[in-house]
Design a protein around this ligand. Structure first.
Ligand SMILES: NC(=O)C1=CN([C@@H]2O[C@H](COP(=O)(O)OP(=O)(O)OC[C@H]3O[C@@H](n4cnc5c(N)ncnc54)[C@H](OP(=O)(O)O)[C@@H]3O)[C@@H](O)[C@H]2O)C=CC1
Ligand SMILES: O=C(O)C(=O)[C@@H](O)[C@H](O)C(=O)CO
Length: 277
C-alpha cells in the first residue's frame, strides 16, 4: 500500500500531502472508485454538497478496510447555504448524507462576494467546530483580501484555502500569502482538467529524467510547492500512479521550468467575479 506523507495544519491536524478529488464520482461505480483509492493508500477525500455524492463518499468510507479515524473527509458549503445559521444547517445535512458523526475539513466552496455573506458563513463554521461537528475549517477560492477580512473580523485563520492551481496557473502570490499566515494551500484541478497539459514537452523531458510519468511530475511539483493536490481519477491504476510521487525529487530548476508554463486560469473562475450557488 502507498504511504502518503502528512503536514501539520495551523490547528494541529495531520493533513495528507495528496488526496482524491471526487467530483463526478457517483453511483456504484463512484463508490467502487473511492474504495479503490482508499485501499491503495489515499486518506484525504474531497467532496462537496454540490457534487451530489456525499452519500457515495460515506458508503466508500464504511466499505473500505481502513479505520474511520485514519481518513480525512472534506466537504464544502455551497453558495445557497451562506449565512451563519445556514452554514450550521448545511453541516448537519452533510453529516446525515455522509452518515458520519464528524466532518474532518469543512470549506466555504465559493465566496460569492456580491451576496456579501461569506463572513457570516465563516462565523457559522466556527460555531460548527465549537459544537464538535467539524474538526478543521477552511475556505476555497478565497483571495488574499477575503482571507484578510476573515482573519481580522474573527481572529480565526482558515486552516486551508483550496484554489485552482496547476502549472498553467501556479498562484505564486497567493501561495506566498498563505505561507505568511500559516494557511495550507490545496490545489484543485491539479492536472488542469480538460487541457493539453500532460502533453507539454517540458513535462515529458523531466518525466524521462526521473523515469516517471508526466502526471507524476506535475503532482510532485504541487507537493514541492507546498500544496496538497487532489487529483480525481475513476481508475484504480491511475489513482496509484497519481499517489506514487514521493519516491523522487524535482530539482529547483525543474520546478521553475514547470512553473514557467504559466498562462492563466483554465476557465473564467476568478473568485472576485465567478459565483456558484
Ligand atoms: N473547490 C473548487 O471550486 C473545485 C474543487 N475541485 C476538486 O478538485 C478535484 C480535482 O479536480 P478535477 O477538476 O477533477 O481535475 P483534475 O485535474 O484532477 O483532472 C481529472 C481528469 O484527469 C484524468 N486523470 C486523472 N489521473 C490521470 C492520469 N494519471 N493520467 C491521465 N489522466 C488522468 C481524469 O480521468 P479518469 O477519471 O478517467 O482517470 C479526469 O478526466 C475535483 O474532483 C474536486 O474534488 C475541482 C474544481 C473546483
Ligand atoms: O468542482 C467544483 O468544486 C466546482 O466548483 C465546479 O463546479 C467547477 O466550478 C466546475 O466544474 C466548473 O466547470
Amino acid at each position: 500500500m502507498l504511504s502518503i506523507p502528512t503536514v501539520t495544519l495551523n490547528d494541529g491536524v495531520a493533513f495528507p500531502e495528496l488526496g482524491l478529488g471526487t467530483y463526478k464520482l457517483q453511483g456504484p461505480e463512484g463508490v467502487a472508485a473511492i474504495v479503490a483509492a482508499i485501499d491503495s493508500g489515499y486518506r484525504l477525500l474531497d467532496t462537496a454538497v454540490n457534487y451530489e455524492n456525499e452519500g457515495e463518499v460515506g458508503e466508500a468510507v464504511r466499505t473500505a478496510g481502513v479505520d474511520r479515524a485514519e481518513l480525512l473527509i472534506t466537504t464544502k458549503i455551497p453558495g445557497r447555504h451562506h449565512g451563519r445559521a445556514e452554514a450550521l444547517e448545511s453541516t448537519k445535512a452533510s453529516l446525515a448524507l455522509l452518515g458520519l458523526d464528524r466532518i474532518d475539513l469543512s470549506l466555504i466552496h465559493w465566496p460569492n462576494p456580491s451576496v456579501g455573506k461569506y463572513l457570516d458563513t465563516w462565523r457559522g463554521m466556527i460555531d460548527a467546530r465549537e459544537q464538535g461537528l467539524v474538526r478543521s475549517i477552511g475556505v476555497s477560492n478565497f483571495t488574499a483580501a477575503m482571507l484578510t477580512e476573515l482573519i481580522d473580523e474573527t481572529g480565526v485563520t482558515p486552516a486551508v484555502n483550496q484554489v485552482e492551481l496547476h502549472p498553467y496557473f501556479p498562484q505564486a502570490e497567493l501561495r506566498a500569502f498563505h505561507a505568511v499566515h500559516g494557511i495550507r494551500t490545496e490545489s484543485w484541478s491539479p492536472l488542469a482538467r480538460r487541457s493539453e497539459l500532460l502533453q507539454e514537452q517540458v513535462l515529458q523531458e523531466i518525466a524521462g529524467t526521473h523515469d516517471v510519468t508526466p502526471t507524476q511530475v506535475v503532482l510532485r511539483w504541487h507537493t514541492q510547492l507546498g500544496s496538497t493536490p487532489i487529483p480525481k481519477s475513476a481508475d484504480a491504476d491511475r489513482q496509484r500512479e497519481n499517489a506514487d510521487v514521493f519516491g523522487f525529487r524535482l530539482t529547483d530548476d525543474e520546478v521553475s521550468a514547470i512553473s514557467a508554463l504559466e498562462r492563466g486560469r483554465l476557465w473564467d473562475g476568478d473568485p472576485d467575479t465567478h459565483e456558484e450557488m
